[in-house]
Design a protein around this ligand. Sequence first.
Ligand code: AMP
Length: 272
Amino acid sequence: MRLILLGPPGAGKGTQAQRLVAKHGIVQLSTGDMLRAAVAAGTPVGLRAKDIMARGELVPDDVVVAIVADRISEPDARNGFILDGFPRTVPQAHALDRMLAEKGLRLDAAIALKVDEGILIERMKTRVEQMKARGETPRADDDPDVLTRRLITYRNQTAPLVAYYQLQSTLRSVDGMATIEEVARAIDEALTSPGRVKRASAGRSTRQSARKAAKGAPRSIKATKTARKAGGTTRKKAKSKAKSPRKKAGKPALRRVARSTSKRRRRLTKHK
Ligand code: AMP
């Protein structure tokens, strides 16, 4: 299974990712964790990312894309993975599509955690205070000002991905403000929702509706209602009301004759 978790910082992506890892036997690939490890190790990527991350901005796409491309090629990711914090921009999403296509893989779902940003900031503030009270050092980017910047960055650069995955029909939205257990249950349900089944047969139904449309599909309910309101007629009524040329001339209607050639031929044979 290959999944994406979308949601602003503090939405609980990491917590849900860990649960999905245990449930589906897949690996969690958190670009935030990978970048923090690079910063701690003082690698060239880490040196490049350090200040950007501390400001709450996004590390350049090429850097993150390269990290993810390497990581998903590792053996432990063969069984599937959950991307936590990637993609974060539309170009990153395009890059991921290309990476997966090259490997003949596809994404199973993009899970979006919907949250209230105001409540999120309050939650983060509480978390930081609790960490400080325990004598722990909060992350540099957990500072309230930086968090606000990270939320703005999310809104501007990452939120458009919701529409991106909606268009790809892989989006599953879940209420991220519920309890951890409730969110987990909602994700499980979303992953086995009928939407997935429907999508599987979408090709055939699309062809069927295209054929129907080509034959002259019935007017939509809205169009029919509009026509009625305007004092007009529906297509069926209009047909039955239309006068034939004989009727207009006051002549009696002719008996219906068989239209198909075979019926006509049979009739002619009978007359002979
Ligand atoms: P996170 O732990 O996912 O909130 O990530 C922490 C920080 O790492 C972010 O604020 C960014 O500076 C950087 N980062 C993580 N993932 C990405 C990404 N996909 N693209 C760009 N920057 C990222």
